[in-house]
Design a protein around this ligand. Structure first.
Ligand code: 13P
Length: 288
């Protein structure tokens, strides 16, 4: 959805494009108008970090520091072993939980795997699927990612499907083609009717490197992703889809990303591990 249609009568001027906080203000105004389909989403991916006791002290510190976060959606995706602890601490705070992976079967002889039902039972609303670390280190294929997306949706979980190119692919000018193929294969035969999915553009070269994509590059790729989603689904679905940027996001650069028209939030690794840093990101988004 462009800000123009979101904002019901508000016009997105060229000047606003150049002034990030004006764009964010328009978006906010539109949300206040009742359309929260693309409410800003800040998702923390803790990866393989934190013991349950550390998750507990994180939430004790984070909640008062984050302040008012009612205008945005905040999701924490901890390791599975922290889910129950966080489910208890975050109950009633509005902060949601997500898994970092799942298996596509409901139950059975699948040693080491976790089902969508188990994630939902542990309090998850979201699940990250197809993170580049799983693609690269665990050899996760697009076919299996596609199965996982289907299973997550069947169980009422909201998948956060990650896509993104490596540095080599970007240098060869193949970034769009790679992302397009990941989307095409990952979403093959997936119906979007009455279902919610979130996409995350995470260029591999920006993950954990401290070298973030520029906000213009993120906007360009995310606009491309939105246009591709329009092609494989339709305009209404593409317009209502939340697409996040991920890769070296921090307190200092988050506002510039979410000020971009097509960027609906961020998937954050390293900077989400410290309570003060994630709280700073939440406050920065809340204040634009
Ligand atoms: P960093 O924020 O540490 O770059 O990680 C991004 C990421 O992989 C989130 O899923």
């Amino acid at each position: 959805m462009s800000l123009v249609s979101l904002s019901d009568g508000l016009l997105l001027t060229k000047q606003m494009v150049l002034i990030p906080h004006l764009v964010a203000a328009v978006r906010k105004k539109a949300l206040e108008g009742g359309n929260d389909l693309r409410q800003i989403l800040i998702a923390a991916n803790w990866k393989m970090n934190k013991l349950a006791s550390e998750a507990l002290s994180f939430s004790r510190d984070f909640l008062p520091m984050a302040g008012d976060h009612t205008n945005i959606e905040v999701v924490i995706c901890p390791p599975f072993t922290c889910l129950y602890t966080l489910q208890n601490c975050l109950n009633g705070t509005g902060i949601r939980l997500g898994g970092q992976n799942l298996f596509w079967e409901e139950k059975g002889a699948f040693t080491g795997e976790i089902s969508p039902l188990m994630l939902a039972d542990a309090g998850c609303t979201y699940v990250i699927i197809g993170h580049s670390e799983r693609r690269q280190i665990m050899g996760e294929s697009d076919v299996n990612i596609n199965r996982k997306i289907g299973a997550a949706l069947e169980s009422g979980l909201i998948p956060i499907l990650c896509v993104g190119e490596t540095l080599q692919e970007r240098e060869k000018n193949m970034a769009r083609e790679i992302v397009k193929e990941q989307l095409r294969k990952g979403l093959q035969d997936i119906s979007m009717a009455n279902r919610q999915i979130v996409l995350a553009y995470e260029p591999v070269w920006a993950i954990g490197t401290g070298v973030n994509a520029s906000n213009d590059d993120a906007q360009e790729m995310i606009a491309f992703i939105r246009s591709y989603m329009e092609k494989i689904y339709d305009k209404a679905i593409a317009d209502s889809l939340r697409i996040l940027y991920g890769g070296s996001v921090n307190e200092g650069n988050i506002a510039d990303f979410i000020a971009k028209e097509d960027v609906d939030g961020a998937l954050i690794g390293g900077a989400s591990l410290q309570a003060d840093s994630l709280a700073g990101i939440v406050r920065a988004v809340q204040n634009v």
